[in-house]
Write a protein that binds this ligand. Structure first.
Ligand code: ARG
Length: 279
């Protein structure tokens, strides 16, 4: 399948660059946090993604390689900027603390840029224009959108902007928050929660795939949100270089190509995204 082939190819390129780097005597331990302290761009960075956020990062089979839109985007950026990716995965709510303590250098995980998060980490320019969506059991006819969620139990991800949204904007609703999103969908399917509120591309992708017989999306897109790549503070040159690479990829069509592989079409907001770029 072309999707995995693309990943394998980029990974192979990254691998051979690592070999060249090794032969030239650039130790891989010169990567990571040191890049920030000394300025400049390091040879390699630890890039963290979440364990499962379809179709941005996930395993097609248990124990398999991680694939997804975020994975392709970060390898393309790394190729252009010229660093090697040391890929790690963790639970979404562990990403920002991990960037703050230096466990990870970069995170790409469908993370919404918020003012609060921007105090803890730096963000690149937006790389995806998103929003939230409601999903309900396929046979539910009473919930037509977010306004019908008042007083209900709504499943979502721990530490996500959707969890904040439920708490701050839906009167009397109880947020059932899970470390793994699968658990949130399962909870709706099993009747433990009335609905799920989460990032639109994830809800929609789930409904097209695993959840096609059990769930449906209802209502309009709620709250526009931009995803950014998060970088540990103190890496200004890296952020600038990544922004340049991203702007280039949007201009030369590479971004739209990667997007189409995962979402089956070109993004309708491509022009808006291009206008958001500072690179
Ligand atoms: N966009 C939402 C947020 O930033 C959810 C992102 C979840 N991403 C993930 N990889 N689980 O809070």
């Amino acid at each position: 399948m072309t999707i995995s082939k693309r990943f394998t190819t980029t990974a192979a390129i990254a691998g051979s660059l690592a070999l060249v780097g090794g032969l030239a005597g650039c130790g891989s331990d010169s990567g990571g946090g040191e890049g920030g302290e000394e300025g400049g761009i390091a040879d390699s960075y630890t890039v963290v993604t979440d364990t499962a956020f379809v179709p941005f990062e996930f395993q097609e089979e248990e124990g398999g390689e991680y694939v997804g839109f975020d994975i392709d985007i970060i390898y393309e950026i790394a190729d252009r900027v010229g660093f090697e990716v040391e890929h790690e995965n963790t639970n979404f709510d562990g990403i920002i603390p991990g960037l703050q303590t230096g466990t990870f250098d970069i995170a790409i995980a469908g993370m919404t840029i918020t003012e609060e998060r921007a105090e803890a980490v730096d963000f690149t320019s937006p790389y995806y224009k998103s929003g939230l969506r409601v999903g309900v059991p396929i046979d539910n006819d009473t919930i037509q959108g977010v306004d019908d969620l008042e007083g209900l139990t709504v499943a979502t991800r721990l530490g996500s902007t959707s969890a904040d949204y439920i708490q701050n904007n839906i009167e009397g609703a109880t947020a059932n928050t899970y470390e793994q999103l699968d658990q949130a969908y399962l909870s709706v399917e099993g009747g433990g929660s009335d609905a799920v509120l989460y990032d639109a591309p994830n809800v929609e992708y789930y409904i097209l795939t695993a959840g096609q017989d059990s769930m449906k999306a209802v209502g309009e897109l709620i709250e526009a949100q931009d995803y950014g790549i998060a970088v540990a503070k103190g890496n200004d040159e890296l952020v600038t270089a990544m922004n340049e690479a991203l702007a280039e990829m949007i201009d030369d069509g590479t971004y739209a190509e990667i997007f189409a592989e995962w979402f089956g079409e070109e993004p309708e907001w491509l022009e808006d995204l291009a206008a958001d770029q500072v690179g």
